[in-house]
Structure formats: structure tokens, C-alpha cells
Design a protein around this ligand. Sequence first.
Ligand SMILES: [Zn+2]
Length: 288
Amino acid sequence: MDTNNPGIHHRRVGEVMVTALNDGAFEASTAWVSGVAAEDCEALLRKTFRAVPPRITISAFLLTVGGEHTLVDAGCGTAMGAPFGKIRGHLATLGVAPADIRRVLVTHAHIDHVCGLIDAEGQAYFPNAEVVLHAAEPAYWLDPANEAAASEGEKSGFHDARISLAPYAGRIRTIADGAVVMPGVSAMHLPGHTPGHTGWKIESGAESLLIWGDVVHLPGIQFPRPEAAMAFDKDVETGRLSRARAFALAAGTGLLVAGMHLDFPCFGHVARDGGGYAFVPEVWAPAA
Ligand SMILES: [Zn+2]
């Protein structure tokens, strides 16, 4: 029996119950970081007592309001093999069946965010869900010319996006920056990591939360050194600008943030710290 934290964490935001669902974690490498030297990355990791090489956790989020269920991203499903794809078991634990998911808000179309949309046979895992994402995302990933021009290393990303979105044809809603996609939930385009990379802002009652997708992959490195980019950022400079904008917003307003690769359970605040920032994980409290 796995006696660890099961990877399910509730955090109410106004009327919305936001549940972080951990999908798994994998070992990363400081060699994937650009803009900060590997030895500086390792020093930062050690300073916060993190693993070297670093680990990247993957999470998705379930929004439940008025008995209706919305996912923000879908994890990787079966695409990364065991022990990934854990959110399916977490949803079952919560009594939420795939057919109960009304919509999936997608931050971007990478393997660890959209491959959970499909089952092992390539069919829609969520039979009743609408898929909502920024228009620039399918425009980029589903364009055969972009795929043909991609390097061999990048081609798998086009395959992952294509097979994950295909069974949802006819129920994909593309949106623009700022779009309100359900009551209290709006899109914040944060391009760079991918062209349509989007955070989802939840506002309910007096509370707000920004689920910012992949603004950060390695918290131990990218908060103190926001210029640190990742090898899988499509447009490094645009990604840096989006990260700077998200950090300044969160630090300047006290906005609560969550991210797919922040340390589980993923919720916290951003504080200015010297010339960079620090992530302040939210102290646990029982969900009301
Ligand atoms: Zn990711």
C-alpha cells in the first residue's frame, strides 16, 4: 500500500473547489536550463534542499462548482507509461467518472497536459467534455507545415497534440486572451513556452487564483532566476516575458497562484526576493 500523500489536495476559491491532482514526477536535468549556468542551478537547488538533479512534478486541477466538474489539463494518461497518469485514479477516488467532466481547459498541448484526453486506443477519455484552449495552440500544432519544418526532436510533440485533440473534433472551443469560458474563469495568454500557452484565472467571491500552466518547470531555479528558460520552451524570449509578467502580477497583487509543475500541492504566493523572486507555498489548512 502506498502510504504517501495520495496526490489529492483541495483548496476552495470562493464557490469553486479547486483540487490539485498529481499525475506523477520525473527526474529532470539542469542541462535543460538555458540562461543560468549548470553549477549555479545546482547551487540554487541545494540551497533549498532540493534533489540534484532536479525533479519535475506534473499536476492537473479539478474545478468543481455547482456540482459541475471542469478539468484544467488532463495529465499524460498512458503516454508516459507507469507510474504516470495518476490523475485517473485520483478522479475515481473522488467519485468523478470520465463522463462527469463537462469541459477541459487546456494550458497547452504538450504530452503531460493533453495526452490524458485520450485512452490507450486513442479514443476520447472524457466522452462528454468540451476542450477549451487558446486558438494559437491548435493553429500551431495542427499545421502540417509546422510539423514538416520541425526538428526530429520536436516532431513527437506534434504527434502528441494531434492524436490528443483529434477525437474531440467538433467539440473544441478556441478562445482569445481574456475570454471568459465559464462563470468566473477567464483566459490569460502567457505565450512563449508554446504559442497558445494560457493560464486560467478563477475569480469567485472575494478570492482569486491563477493556474498559470508551465510558467515555471523548476521552482528551485526559476523563481530566484526568472531568466532561466527550459529546452522545451518554443520561444525562449517570449516565455521570459510571460514569466516576468506573471511573477510581477502575483508579487504585486498578492494573487494566489498554482502551476502544473510547482511543488505539490501546487498552491502559493510569489514574493520579491533580492533581484529575483521566491515561491511561498501556501501553508496547509483543512478545506472548508
Ligand atoms: Zn508541462
